[in-house]
Design a protein around this ligand. Structure first.
Ligand SMILES: Cc1cc2nc3c(=O)[nH]c(=O)nc-3n(C[C@H](O)[C@H](O)[C@H](O)COP(=O)(O)O)c2cc1C
Length: 375
């Protein structure tokens, strides 16, 4: 449905990955390397899908991942996703690249909202948004560390995303037919006021950062370990480090005070040909030694993927495209539907596996290839 509703450039931005999309495919494929070891002839009255992250009890074992430009996919964008997450009893992570104000997103949700921080606009803009996030009641900062520059998203390049967002009319012209082919989306987009500047990246003395060249903005927004220390001084609440793929980075994040790490390769959108997160998970779990929560994201399309991640030691999973396709198809109703599909999957998988609760899952419920055991 998202493919049918969105112009090609917007759909491919959501759907695509970096370079040859090897990692994008591998993120989903690697789950197939993990097979289940079910316990049969057991029955239980109810399945417990809950988990606890950063002190919050969530009714579901997954949260909604930060998705930049959500407002381009649907005018309700981030507000719809946060509201649907809250209604389902789970959390939402708001991207820095949001078209809605963080205060409105937080107010729209009955669940926990975490803020994902890029240093776009420099430290002064970051300091401003950290204060706003605290005042609005955001419960944690999620610091994404895998974006020193934007990955080479070849579909975006071919579809003219840069030209469409910030080019002159002459530059835009060759790419306009794909937009005109989706009049329903176009009317909503124009009614919503077109492309908005970033309301959560406020440049001192200048106001919200315009959405001109996102690649250039990201290249100046890299977060280093020194920045993380600076962020810690400003933010006393929990910090999640997102974008860890090795035991080394996991250890470093824990030593720098992270309350959680998310094993992630940004949904295959950054460095191509890195490991799938589910493959890197055992190594990270071993390195963290229980001193922080371990989350993972990437390639999760079914509830059974979430169950496998828990068997390998994840405390929570982030879903990205799985809900974003729903958001693009039908706003909040689409996000709620995507969540419902995953919830039904989870319940069915636990029953077929013979395990009553997400928190009781462990390695004994899966077989993994011998080469994974070293982690
Ligand atoms: C369209 C899109 C935009 C994204 N924007 C951000 C972002 O702004 N910040 C961030 O930390 N991660 C971002 N991500 C990565 C997701 O948070 C998450 O790591 C990834 O989507 C997980 O993979 P999955 O889509 O296979 O579930 C984005 C992913 C997609 C698909």
């Amino acid at each position: 449905m998202a493919r049918r509703r969105l112009p090609k450039a917007v759909f491919d931005y959501l759907d695509g990955g970096a370079e040859g999309e090897v990692t994008l495919r591998e993120n989903c494929r690697a789950f197939q390397d993990v097979s289940f070891r079910p316990r049969h002839a057991v029955s239980f009255p109810a399945c417990d899908l809950s988990t606890r992250v950063l002190g919050f009890d969530l009714a579901l074992p997954f949260l909604l991942a930060p998705i930049g430009y959500s407002r381009l996919m649907h005018p309700e964008g981030e507000i719809a996703a946060a509201r649907a997450a809250g209604e389902a009893g789970t959390g939402y992570i708001l991207s820095t690249i949001s078209g809605h104000r963080l205060e409105d997103v937080k107010a729209g949700s009955s669940g926990p909202v975490f803020y994902q921080l890029y240093l776009m606009g420099g430290r002064a803009a970051a300091e401003d948004v950290i204060h706003r996030a605290r005042a609005a009641g955001c419960s944690a900062l999620v610091v994404t560390i895998d974006t020193p520059v934007s990955g080479m998203r070849e579909r975006d390049y071919r579809n003219g995303v840069r030209e469409l967002v910030s080019g002159s009319l002459r530059e835009k012209l060759p790419f306009l037919p794909q937009v005109l082919a989706r009049p329903g989306w176009l009317i909503n987009f124009l009614r919503d006021g077109g492309i908005h500047p970033l309301p959560n990246v406020v440049l001192p003395g200048k106001g919200p950062m315009p959405l001109v060249d996102i690649n250039a903005a990201l290249a100046s927004a890299a977060v280093t370990w020194a920045d993380l220390r600076w962020i810690r001084e400003l933010w006393r609440g929990p910090i999640v480090v997102k974008g860890v793929l090795t035991g080394e980075d996991a250890r470093r994040a824990v030593d720098e005070g992270a309350a959680a790490v998310s094993v992630s390769n940004h949904g295959g959108r950054q460095l191509d040909c890195v490991s799938a997160p589910v493959r890197a998970l055992p190594e990270v779990v071993a390195a963290v030694k229980g001193q922080a929560e371990v989350w993972m994201d990437g390639g999760v399309r079914r509830g059974s993927d979430i169950v496998k991640a828990f068997c390998l030691g994840a405390r929570a999973v982030l879903c990205g495209r799985a809900y974003a396709y729903g958001m693009a198809a039908a706003g909040k109703a689409g996000v709620s539907r995507a969540i419902e599909i995953l919830r039904a999957d989870l319940e069915r998988t636990l029953r077929l596996l013979g395990c009553p609760s997400m928190t009781k899952l462990d390695r004994s419920y899966v077989n993994v290839p011998a080469s994974w055991q070293a982690g």
